[in-house]
Design a protein around this ligand. Sequence first.
Ligand SMILES: *[C@@H]1O[C@H](CO)[C@@H](O)[C@H](O)[C@H]1NC(C)=O
Ligand SMILES: *[C@@H]1O[C@H](CO)[C@@H](O)[C@H](O)[C@H]1NC(C)=O
Ligand SMILES: *[C@@H]1O[C@H](CO)[C@@H](O)[C@H](O)[C@H]1NC(C)=O
Ligand SMILES: *[C@@H]1O[C@H](CO)[C@@H](O)[C@H](O)[C@H]1NC(C)=O
Ligand SMILES: *[C@@H]1O[C@H](CO)[C@@H](O)[C@H](O)[C@H]1NC(C)=O
Ligand SMILES: *[C@@H]1O[C@H](CO)[C@@H](O)[C@H](O)[C@H]1NC(C)=O
Ligand SMILES: *[C@@H]1O[C@H](CO)[C@@H](O)[C@H](O)[C@H]1NC(C)=O
Ligand SMILES: *[C@@H]1O[C@H](CO)[C@@H](O)[C@H](O)[C@H]1NC(C)=O
Length: 504
Amino acid sequence: MGEYTPRSSILCFIGLFLASVSGPVDCKPPNILFILADDYGFHDIGYHSSEIETPNLNRLAAGGVRLENYYVQPICTPTRSQLMSGKYQIHTGLQHGNIELEQPSCLPLDDVTLAQKLKESGYATHIVGKWHLGIYKKACWPTRRGFDSYFGYLQGAEDYYTHFAFRGLDLRDNDDSVWNYTGSYSTTLFTHRAQELLRRHSSQTPDTPLFLYLPYQAVHEPLEVPEQYMVPYAHITDKKRRIYAGMVACMDEGIGNITRTMDQLGLWKDTVLIFSTDNGGQIYQGGNNWPLRGWKGSLWEGGMHGIGFVHSPLLPAKVQGTINRELIHVSDWFPTLVAGLAGGSLNGTKLDGYNMWNTISRGDPSPRKEILHNIDPLFQRPNKTHSMPVMGTKVFNETIRAAIRSGDWKLITGSPGNSSWIPPPDYGFTPVTPIEAPGKMVWLFNITADPSEYYDMSSQRPDVVQRLMQRLQYYYEVAVPVFYPPNDPRANPKYHNGTWSNWE
Ligand SMILES: *[C@@H]1O[C@H](CO)[C@@H](O)[C@H](O)[C@H]1NC(C)=O
Ligand SMILES: *[C@@H]1O[C@H](CO)[C@@H](O)[C@H](O)[C@H]1NC(C)=O
Ligand SMILES: *[C@@H]1O[C@H](CO)[C@@H](O)[C@H](O)[C@H]1NC(C)=O
Ligand SMILES: *[C@@H]1O[C@H](CO)[C@@H](O)[C@H](O)[C@H]1NC(C)=O
Ligand SMILES: *[C@@H]1O[C@H](CO)[C@@H](O)[C@H](O)[C@H]1NC(C)=O
Ligand SMILES: *[C@@H]1O[C@H](CO)[C@@H](O)[C@H](O)[C@H]1NC(C)=O
Ligand SMILES: *[C@@H]1O[C@H](CO)[C@@H](O)[C@H](O)[C@H]1NC(C)=O
Ligand SMILES: *[C@@H]1O[C@H](CO)[C@@H](O)[C@H](O)[C@H]1NC(C)=O
């Protein structure tokens, strides 16, 4: 962390090797295509034995490095904030919830974004899709946070065809609301925009490295998809799951289209693709995280043990097609891309992420030993006095919703969210809801041995509980205050010609 690597030596090494065959090489950093799926469940990708087929994602993962000890945050804004800042929520004030429609909040303006850093390294930077990192001031918008261009929506969810979030249109081409895409399904629309952008880039600025951030609307609710994508899933009896499967199929097709376009344009050969979900699947909206416990929004593994992989023709042959089980977190992409791929400097940034490029490209051990999943002091269980072994120092208040991973261990406190195991609806077995002692507030799991969190070890290992409670207390004391302001009625689209727009 914080260490400056002049430029990915591996990439230059490959470049030099190619140069000996095909002429001079300039060590131009690679193009970066970062695709973020929304609410895409752990069980919902073909290679996790899903009933949903994802031929393109499977093929890309099979030729790349699958990340199987990879973590995101339980909901949208937190994951996106960590991706863009490289910082835990305790360092941005965004510990609690999402940024809501009418909330005057955004990723703090003094946090340098991933896009800004890549721009500093000479990249062209573009975003197509969902932002969800603040709308109330124009200064929060992606075009002011390091992106050369933007096409997409600023809020968290909307209709896939009308591009309305409740009573307001939310679709922008750079800073301008655009009204003429009604009826255009967003997965197809965003795919086409990305393809157009790639063509323009390759014809106008082919020598500039490209950062394309593609946070798809798919596969978040509302459950909407053109009929044709559901046809292969007619056998799925649960209607929500069937539509969701179609939404996944359409996203998979779009990703196939984009990679094909990049290949045709000659961009693919020096591109690194990162694919990630933003959080666990929403079981009430077609998603599924089997065999993990819990789902979107919770601190159980189903909320944040994420799907992710890296694919690139630049990866050494020995890691292509491998599964990586090193501990990696969404906050790691910032230093990995900036220092590991772009050859940029991390000087002056105070990050919680680690540069994982050697871990991904060489299989080196992860420099990360711990993940602070979150501490949300605004999410406390009402009273309860559970006796924790206290040895000297102040111990974390267990009523607070928090979780921390340390090596194999994971400690959860407070109210982590619904703790059931939910099989996919067509599997023919019923959800299992655990019976917990009333007022239970502390759980400890060995995630390596028990990735589905069946065996709580907190009473067997009070020593580990004690150590991790102290670690939580340390983070609690260094956290910045939570910023979660009340809604502002000035946000109402009726004051903004029927659109969601800035109100300050
Ligand atoms: C929508 O309108 C914009 C100008 O506001 C134009 O550039 C774009 O081509 C139009 N798109 C469609 C699909 O009509
Ligand atoms: C993918 O490309 C095909 C062929 O051009 C097109 O018919 C389809 O709509 C595209 N799919 C998406 C999701 O963009
Ligand atoms: C980063 O900062 C340190 C200390 O200020 C300095 O020694 C080093 O040269 C800087 N590195 C770069 C690449 O700017
Ligand atoms: C919380 O504490 C109050 C009084 O301190 C008590 O009346 C109440 O029953 C407690 N609630 C729970 C859920 O333990
Ligand atoms: C922990 O937080 C709860 C809820 O705010 C509070 O009632 C309780 O007093 C706190 N416990 C300690 C030991 O500070
Ligand atoms: C958790 O969710 C499951 C599935 O909806 C439900 O059956 C169960 O009652 C919930 N448990 C609690 C404690 O709310
Ligand atoms: C966790 O479980 C794994 C697999 O059984 C075991 O190898 C490891 O030692 C355990 N970790 C700890 C810290 O006990
Ligand atoms: C205001 O909204 C209407 C649609 O209701 C749209 O046609 C028009 O272009 C918008 N005006 C401006 C200035 O954006």
